[in-house]
Design a protein around this ligand. Structure first.
Ligand SMILES: Nc1ncnc2c1ncn2[C@@H]1O[C@H](COP(=O)(O)OP(=O)(O)OP(=O)(O)O)[C@@H](O)[C@H]1O
Length: 361
């Protein structure tokens, strides 16, 4: 494994007046992401030492030092490769040298987690990051995903037949156990992060997983996306990322409509529409009056409310709930993950006791 070598320079803070365009692009992206964020704790950069998060870290050190905002850095040691502790230590040493405070190398245990190796490592990493964020009362955690990562995510989602939520890719902002998780570099290319590192004299760590063909993402990166670019032109990466942005906006609007539908306890004063909630359940008539895209979101949100774990709740479960509304033929209760059952009774969808009789009609 290549050792994590972060160069003699650092963040470019002490360099001349006209920085490299790639350095500028990364700094602008970070400045935009931090604008409006409360200064009530350090922003924490999640840094592997790879080009993307190293460029992100250098830009964050630069931007935060200019505005007097505290910034820390966390590097997670997954313990999956020989020398991983050395890589984490090298990243942490560089971070402390360029002024990050706090700096943490966080060891995590990947073995024994559900899902494949990628999913298990991701889950361990996010847990390590959210624990660090809580410990340091961070105002945000920053990740280095780029436009290329977003295009790969959209392609992978398309290939597995994902719906609009999957095709919306990675959000620029989401919640991580109460702390905002930001991806400032979604409009920055991987070539720019590499150029920025080179211009700053930083030598990124090369993650062997990124070129390991046993990972689907590595195959997309090495083969599928370059083949698409060769066949369809350079715009493909930008266009896939644009698709993600468009679908993210549509998905957010539909989510808002579903939240409003589920949150309206009374008939609307204008008499239009029916309240969806009805005596501890949901009104079939009101559900039937919603557009399908809103109804499926209402049913998904309600199933979660009833205790179905989000990770286990699939489109098949939501389709089965939907069939109680739109394809009613007297079928029995629908079983959801987490031991929840839902029956149609007296014109309502109702949770029914496990094992109890479900008199449906
Ligand atoms: N070991 C780690 N410690 C801290 N943060 C990490 C670690 N691995 C990944 N991350 C965060 O998650 C982001 C995405 O990582 P991933 O490995 O999926 O993509 P990448 O394009 O190879 O990123 P990078 O070039 O930064 O390694 C990184 O940019 C970084 O912010």
């Amino acid at each position: 494994m290549k050792e994590a070598v972060v160069g003699r320079h650092g963040t470019g803070a002490a360099r001349g007046p006209s920085p490299d365009p790639a350095v500028v692009a990364v700094r602008v992206a970070v400045r935009r992401a931090l604008a409006g964020l409360p200064v009530d704790g350090p922003v924490l950069v999640a840094c592997s030492g790879g080009a993307d998060s190293l460029a992100l870290a250098a830009a964050t050190a630069f931007v935060t030092s200019r505005v007097g905002r505290p910034a820390g850095l966390v590097t997670v040691d997954h313990g999956l490769q020989a020398g991983s502790a050395g890589r984490a230590a090298a990243v942490a040493e560089w971070a402390a040298r360029v002024g990050f405070d706090p700096v943490e190398a966080v060891p995590v245990t990947v073995a024994g987690r559900p899902g494949g190796p990628e999913a298990a490592a991701r889950q361990a990493r996010y847990q390590g990051l959210s624990n660090a964020a809580r410990r340091h009362r961070a105002s945000a955690v920053l990740l280095g995903h780029t436009r290329d990562d977003q295009a790969e995510t959209v392609l992978l989602a398309l290939a597995r037949g994902a719906g609009p939520r999957g095709l919306a890719g990675m959000p620029a902002r989401r919640d991580l156990a109460g702390v905002p998780l930001l991806r400032p570099l979604l409009d920055v290319t991987r070539a720019q992060t590499r150029d920025a590192c080179a211009a700053l004299g930083l030598t990124p760590w090369q993650d062997p997983h990124n070129t390991d063909p046993s990972y689907a993402r590595a195959r997309v990166r090495a083969d599928a996306l370059p083949a698409l670019v060769a066949a369809l032109g350079d715009g493909v990466v930008d266009n896939l990322a644009r698709t993600a942005r468009l679908l993210a906006a549509d998905t957010a609007a539909l989510d808002d409509l579903a939240t409003a539908a589920l949150g309206t306890p009374q008939p609307r004063p204008d008499g239009v529409g029916l309240p969806v909630r009805d005596g501890g359940g949901l009104s079939v008539a009101a559900l039937a009056g919603l557009p399908g895209a809103v109804r499926s979101r209402v049913l998904h949100a309600w199933a979660r409310e009833l205790g179905a774990p989000p990770g286990a709740l699939s489109h098949r479960h939501v389709d089965a709930l939907d069939a109680l509304v739109t394809a009613w033929r007297g079928q029995g209760p629908t079983a959801l993950p987490g031991g929840v059952r839902v029956a149609r009774r007296d014109g309502r969808l109702l949770p029914v006791d496990l094992g109890g009789p479900a008199a449906v009609r």
